[in-house]
Design a protein around this ligand. Structure first.
Ligand SMILES: [Zn+2]
Length: 429
């Protein structure tokens, strides 16, 4: 999303920092975030940004829903629930879902087209969000960080996306590099399962920069030498690039798979093999909550599966999403509590501690609605990983650059807290 001018500024800053013998640092990135606000016109990117958001057949709707079971049924009808109110929910619905919603079983309270919704939100200006990192900028930054910290960092691809982009993973470990197996307890951070949730890329990306900045602090030094830390900021780069490629946000959620009916995309966070597609997901390919033709049908979710299964040392995990200011733990796909009482208490206590650091509410995922096939249910069920879903903050999917400093810095605190319990998550009980 960053404009060419800003890339040049960034490059200039990088050259200066290299000259000064410094690494590409978190504090430097923050400075850029807070100084990108003034945009020099005229600029073609800026002009592109005032083009209206294209209509794509979807509506932003508000539908009556009294409880989580009603919300679950709406997900199954293909409604992409974004906001939950006391007696209703709001979200995106395509033509197929709109047809289902017109039946007597549902009450649609309001609806508007995507351009109407975008105009209401007033966030239709990607040029103003230049501080966010698109795929190329993300990869460049990861490469720079890895190159600047060869003693503790390495970078490798965990697989390719539908469109052939690499899914990059930055590893921080004082001994093992690349894909070499480690017996040190592992922590895994993943962003951007969902295309339009760009803040979920920024948090893990800047977490990496922060860790390198603070690598000589006593506690961080200890984590780097005793843990195996993995950061995958952009799991769905195809979708993220699709969301911004016209210069106007598209509110795009899924990956870029071509479906059997020629519609695009599978909801990656409904595609994992945890009660796959049994509740809170849609079998209709065009819908935003489409679970895919089978569990792990998608290269992006397959990459996470392979990555996780090859690393038995993984103990903790955060999957970043936006936006609700919430921390969620299993199960998401079942009403039940997880059966292991000790694990349950560890989830509750770790979630509460991270909630304190972020101001987010921490609770069992299925209290919101039941949604099967999500990554954290799978990571816990398949590998016993203490896996949390973070719904980051904001007033929408595109909260602007001004939110970054605060949102990122408090989430770094929570991520570092997770490192502090990764050696033994049960010590919080
Ligand atoms: Zn999400």
């Amino acid at each position: 999303m960053k404009k060419i001018v800003l890339s040049l500024v960034l490059l200039g800053a990088l050259i200066l920092s290299v000259k000064a013998g410094e690494n590409f640092s978190y504090s430097q990135l923050l400075k850029e975030i807070t100084t990108v606000e003034p945009i020099q016109a005229p600029d073609p990117a800026l002009e592109r940004s005032v083009m209206p958001t294209p209509a794509d057949g979807r509506y932003w709707v508000t539908v009556k829903a009294a409880d989580k079971y009603a919300r679950t049924r709406l997900l199954e009808a293909g409604l992409d629930i974004v906001e939950i109110n006391k007696d209703s929910v709001s979200g995106f619905a395509g033509p197929y879902t709109m047809g289902l919603l017109s039946s007597k079983a549902f009450v649609v309270q309001s609806r508007m087209t995507i351009p109407e919704y975008a105009a209401r939100m007033g966030k239709d200006f990607p040029a103003a969000d230049a501080a966010y990192h698109n795929f190329k900028e993300t990869v460049d930054l990861l490469k720079q960080m890895a190159a600047a910290n060869p003693d503790i960092a390495s970078l490798f691809s965990i697989g390719k996306t539908v469109e052939g982009r690499d899914i990059w993973c930055l590893r921080i470990n004082s001994s093992a590099k690349g894909e070499a197996v480690s017996s040190k307890p592992g922590a895994l951070y993943i962003g951007n399962h969902h295309a339009r949730e760009h803040l979920s890329n920024e948090v893990p990306l800047l977490l990496a920069a922060w860790l390198f900045d603070h690598k000589n602090d006593a506690d961080i030094k200890k984590y780097i030498s005793t843990l195996d830390i993995y950061i995958i900021p952009m799991l769905n780069p195809d979708g993220a690039e699709n969301d911004i490629k016209t210069g106007s946000y598209r509110y795009y959620r899924k990956n870029m798979s071509m479906n059997s009916d020629k519609s695009r995309g599978v909801d990656l966070n409904r595609n994992y093999d945890s009660w796959w597609c049994q509740a809170g997901a849609s079998t209709y390919p065009g819908s935003d909550t489409y679970c895919g033709p089978k569990a792990f049908s998608e290269p992006e979710s397959q990459a996470v599966k392979r990555f996780t299964e090859a690393r038995k040392n993984l103990k903790t995990h955060i999957s970043y999403h936006s936006y609700a200011s919430e921390i969620l733990y299993p199960w998401g796909g079942s009403d039940d509590d997880i059966p292991n009482a000790k694990d349950r208490q560890a989830f509750i206590n770790i979630g509460a501690a991270m909630g304190k650091l972020t101001g987010y509410r921490s609770y069992k995922s299925s209290e919101m609605y039941i949604a099967t096939g999500d990554s954290c249910d799978w990571a816990y069920a398949a590998a016993g990983i203490f896996a949390f879903t973070f719904e980051l903050e904001g007033n929408g999917f595109y909260p602007g650059a001004a939110i970054l400093t605060n949102a990122v810095s408090k989430n770094i605190k929570a991520a570092v807290y997770l490192l502090s319990v990764t050696d033994n998550p049960y010590k919080v009980i």
